[in-house]
Design a protein around this ligand. Sequence first.
Ligand code: ADP
Ligand code: MG
Ligand code: ZN
Length: 619
Amino acid sequence: MKEPEKKPTKKQFGFSIWYILIGAFALLSIHAYLFGPVATENISYSEFKMLIKEGKVETCHITSSLIRGTLREEDVSQKKRTFVTARVEDPELVKELEAKGIKYSGEYESPWVQTFLLTWIFPIAIFFLIWRFVLKKVGPTGGIMSIGKSKGRLYAQEDLKFTFNDVAGIDEAKEELQEVVEFLKTPHKFTSLGGRIPKGVLLVGAPGTGKTLLAKAVAGEAGVPFFNISGSEFVEMFVGVGAARVRDLFSQADQKAPCIIFIDELDALGKTRGINPIGGHDEREQTLNQLLVEMDGFESNKGVIIMSATNRPEILDPALLRAGRFDRQIVVDRPDLNGREAILLIHVKGVKLDKNVDLKSIAAMTPGFVGADLANIVNEAALLAARFDKKTVCMSEFEEAIERIMAGLEKKKRLINKQEKEIVAHHECGHALVASSLPTTDKVKKISIIPRGIAALGYTLQLPTEDRYMMTKAELIDRISVLLGGRAAEELIFNEVSTGAQNDLEKATDIARRMVKFYGMSKLGLVTFEHNGKPTFLGLDMGLKREYSEETAREIDLEVKSIIDETLTKTKEILRKKKNILIKLAKRLMEKEVIEAEELKKFLSSEDEKETDESKNIK
Ligand code: ADP
Ligand code: MG
Ligand code: ZN
């Protein structure tokens, strides 16, 4: 048998005005039922008793909280006929009513309808309305609901057109990155031999030296997708969002392997943890932790390489630099003379140059300029030429462009004038000479007067590593001596000191203080004066408690001072003996801007020979 066909329900009940009207009507009837006729007068209980005594009341209806009543018709004057009054505990009332022959009735009135409406339906209705409102405003696909996802901006850039040919003047960095490119191209070649591929590569260098460009060039050379995100983009207002974004980034990268994740401005995210004086886990810290977790969990052999750039490596959390994370650090230097020429050559490609333009001399005019500055010069010169309606860009435009940009840079204290250059040259040579005369110090790799933000000896980049403080007392003293060498040389040659040595002095003092306070290397004996709990390489001693008296503090200060003073005297003595060499070396440095280790070694040994020859002659 066939089932009777169901009638299709045609009407879809939409949200219409009728619901509101029906609801309102229902509410009104409930209200009317609860509170009775509208034409009711509120009277006081004493008035009510008066009315009873006067015999004006006809009927009474007593509920648990109210008494409603009607007056005799003949007694209604200006007052309304029905009244209501609050019920007062009054045992005599019934007797009085009976005495006057008033009809009365009682009722046990449960207020559940009222209570239910007020405490349940009403709030639920309000919540429902708010919810609908919020949903409509932000929608399930936009606004608040999508915070955890990476911003739409996060995408893999494919077919990057940059290659290593677009990068010049930073050949050492390029060479080191060549290996990364090789790996991304042919991962099997490396993994089949059981080698461990670097997971993280950190590019360190001043702003504008081409770090971002270099990372893109690596992706372009290898022909892999490139995820570009800036450290500051991870730091969000809402706690947990940054961490979610990191997870999202890594899962996206996982699907695109082999690829490169590039985190620009890592310092915004990777500042040393635990120096937040207010305490607690802040958002940045959570995000950083998530990044560390993701990096550890990543199989590097899958072919995802995490690159990152910073111009402030010294503030990075040491955990980021540990093995298996950003364990490969590549210094992106300011370009030297030849490097600047090469960079200029890249950027003038699309520019019509006059025959008189000599890139070599432009490069010579721009010590301390980084790649971005040089690109800027070329652009500025082209604009100037266009303004003067010239057919080609001449040397004069370049000169003006250099002047303009230099003025801007001088404001930022990134360039040095002639006299400063002389002082800096002697200062750096002072460091180098002291370092090469002392037995325990590290070899000088490079002296440079190309101004840079980070390093002291021109080149030695001081990244925090765990074993840096495993040193003997003699080594520490020698290290202080090298640091003081710059200042001592300035004093020796110019009979004057400059502010340029501040960073050196800070570091020297720090070492001396550590010797006294932590390592028991002073007259105060084998006592440590503070707990050395955290990596305190930045003097971040905030969490440390002082456990000694004012007097001891004074003694410590004196001890530190005497270490510094003694070492300074020794250092000056070393330099005084080698004053001639110092002057010659500084002169050469001013000409060349950079002196490499090999050259320095040759120079020093030939000078030593001359010295010994001279002393022989005197004999
Ligand atoms: P950073 O990331 O180190 O601050 P960028 O990579 O953003 O510097 O460099 C900005 C621009 O400067 C680049 O797009 C490029 O045009 C130019 N530039 C910087 N360094 C170089 C370089 N070594 N070779 C060629 N161009 C460079
Ligand atoms: Mg950059
Ligand atoms: Zn110095």
